[in-house]
Each structure stands twice: as C-alpha cells, then as structure tokens.
Write a protein that binds this ligand. Structure first.
Ligand code: B12
Length: 248
C-alpha cells in the first residue's frame, strides 16, 4: 500500500468516518497567514478527517418536550447542554485526538506536521478577533480534500452525511496523493431552501463564490442569530442532504 492509503487506513482505524487529502496548491486563494504553508513551512498536503453526527441528538429539541422531571423553563437549557456535551465537546475532542494521532503517525514516518485546533476559543480570545476567524478553516480544507461542497447553510455537505459531521485537519510536508475535488451539486438551492425557511433570522441574501474551480451559492450568515434559536445544530437538522444515512 502507498503511504497515502496507509495514513487513510490509520485514520479510519482510529475512528474517522471520512478522510481526504488536499494538496496545498488548492489553498492559494486562501487568506494570507492562514494557508497551509503559512502555518508549516514546506507543507505539501493536508489530511482532513471527519466524525459524523447523530440525527437523534439533532432532533432532541423537537421530541423531548414532555418531561415529568425538568421544569419547562429549564428544559431548553438542559437540551442545549445535551447537544453541547455530545455533539460539540465529545465530537470535537474525538477529532482532536484522531488528528493528533495522524500527526504522530506522519511525524514518525519522517515528515513535518502541524496539527490544528478543531474549534476556536469561545471565551475572551474569540471576541478579540473581528469576524471570529479561526487560524485554519476546516470547511475550506474539506472542499480541497474532495470530501464535500459548501451548502446554502454555510456548512460543508458531504454526499454521505450532508452537513452532519465535524472536521479536523493535519498539515504535513508529506507528498500524499490528492483526492479529486467533488462537483456533484449536493445543495438543492431554491428547490429546497430548508435552512433559510427554518431560520430566517440566521441566514440572509444569497451570494456565490468559487474555490478550487467550483462555484458555491451560499446564504449570508451573521452568526447564530441571538442566542442560538435552534439550541444548536438546527441548520444541520433540517438539511435533507444525506438525511437518509443520518440514523442514530
Ligand atoms: C467561528 C466558527 C463559528 C462561528 C461563526 C461561523 C461562521 N460561519 O463564520 C459560530 C459560533 C457562529 C459558529 C456556528 C456554527 N458552527 Co462553527 N465554526 C467556527 C470555526 C471555529 C471557524 C470558522 C471561521 O473561521 N469563521 C469565520 C468566517 C467568516 O470565515 P470563513 O467563512 O470560514 O472563511 C472566509 C475567509 O476566511 C476565507 N477563507 C478561509 N479559509 C480559506 C481557504 C481557502 C482555500 C479559501 C479560498 C478561502 C478561505 O473565505 C471565507 C469567505 O471570506 C470553525 C472551525 C474551523 N477552524 O474551521 C467551526 C465550524 C465551521 N463550525 C461548525 C459547526 C458545525 C457549527 C454549527 C452548526 C454549530 C451549532 N450551532 O450547532 C453552527 C452553524 C453555523 C453555520 N451555519 O455556518 C463546523 C462545520 C462542519 C460542517 N459540516 O461544515 C466547523 C468546521 C467546526 C468543525 N471543526 O467541524 N461557528
């Protein structure tokens, strides 16, 4: 097996549901200071891994409304905690660990590596960065690694799970075989518009932009409109792409 197949097999063994390889050339249009070579001199490839989400957790807000134990006014906070713990903290830490193990594997094979944070600092640090920019964008890396396409909901859709996954990326000097860019038109646009219809306060006007030769139509997005009206993951829940695979 080639080193590319070996590192992909290793990531899957460690639990990754999806893994793709992006060559650094696909990031040339990225913001200065945040392209792979800006973070790791001599970078040649980015390994992108994903863990999927469960539809059952995404649906919790809709179904768990008749508690005999938790007062109705407290229930939304309990549900938000449930989502945060299972589909934010746990999945993020899972991805952080898989990414780190992939980084050790590549390092032991003789390559330089740069692991990346799965998320950003939700405290004081993020409020000091205008626009919340993270040091490295996993959604763009996932496009470059052929894992998926941007949807109108600003999320990365994959053929298998739609928007129901989170990502992590490992930058490396290893020259790995790139995956082809996906161009399937996964987001159904006007035909669907489920994300904008469900959350009109979160998403606005449409605009299009291109990356790596593919054009995406997105809805303008100004953060999760006051206080996460969906309780977390609402724009993932309503997306029909990949929903048939989104079992619990
Ligand atoms: C900050 C952040 C947020 C912020 C802002 C989100 C936003 N869309 O900007 C808040 C807190 C609101 C948020 C909410 C959510 N988030 Co969030 N978030 C992030 C984080 C940490 C950074 C994203 C960022 O930098 N945003 C700032 C915006 C303005 O930048 P940008 O659009 O990414 O990039 C711009 C430029 O920087 C440039 N660019 C940047 N890099 C590159 C590279 C190339 C090659 C090019 C050409 C251009 C380019 O192009 C863009 C247009 O100008 C990422 C993790 C990560 N490190 O990638 C997760 C991430 C995007 N979030 C994620 C998720 C799941 C969510 C939520 C669903 C969580 C929830 N509430 O349940 C919501 C959904 C929001 C939505 N529909 O987009 C996932 C998305 C997974 C997926 N399937 O796509 C990510 C990737 C986390 C992860 N590790 O998986 N998030």
């Amino acid at each position: 097996m080639s080193q590319t197949q070996d590192v992909k097999a290793f990531a899957r063994e460690r639990g990754a549901h999806l893994v793709g390889i992006a060559p650094v050339e696909r990031f040339v249009e990225g913001p200065v200071g945040h392209r792979p070579g800006d973070l790791l001199p001599g970078a040649r490839s980015v390994v992108v891994v994903a863990l999927r989400l469960f539809q059952s957790v995404l649906d919790l807000r809709e179904i768990c409304r008749e508690s005999e134990l938790i007062p109705a006014d407290v229930l939304p906070d309990v549900q938000a905690h449930y989502y945060r713990r299972t589909h934010y903290e746990t999945v993020n830490w899972g991805l952080q660990l898989i990414g780190h193990q992939v980084a050790y594997w590549l390092s032991e094979a003789g390559h330089d590596v740069m692991p990346t944070p799965v998320t950003y600092d939700v405290g004081d640090l993020s409020s000091r960065v205008p626009g919340y920019y993270a040091p490295f964008s996993h959604r763009h890396a996932a496009v470059a690694a052929g894992l998926g396409e941007f949807g109108r909901n600003n999320l990365l859709l994959t053929p298998k799970y739609g928007p129901r996954q989170r990502f992590n990326s490992v930058i490396t000097t290893a020259e790995l075989e790139p995956d082809p860019i996906l161009d399937e038109g996964l987001c159904r646009g006007d035909e669907c518009d489920a994300c904008r219809k469900a959350w009109p306060d979160c998403f606005g006007e449409l605009y299009s932009w291109s990356m790596a030769g593919t054009t995406f139509e997105m809805a303008s997005f100004d953060g999760c409109a006051p206080d996460y009206p969906c309780g977390g993951g609402g724009c993932i829940r309503v997306c029909p792409v990949g929903a048939k695979n989104a079992v619990s």
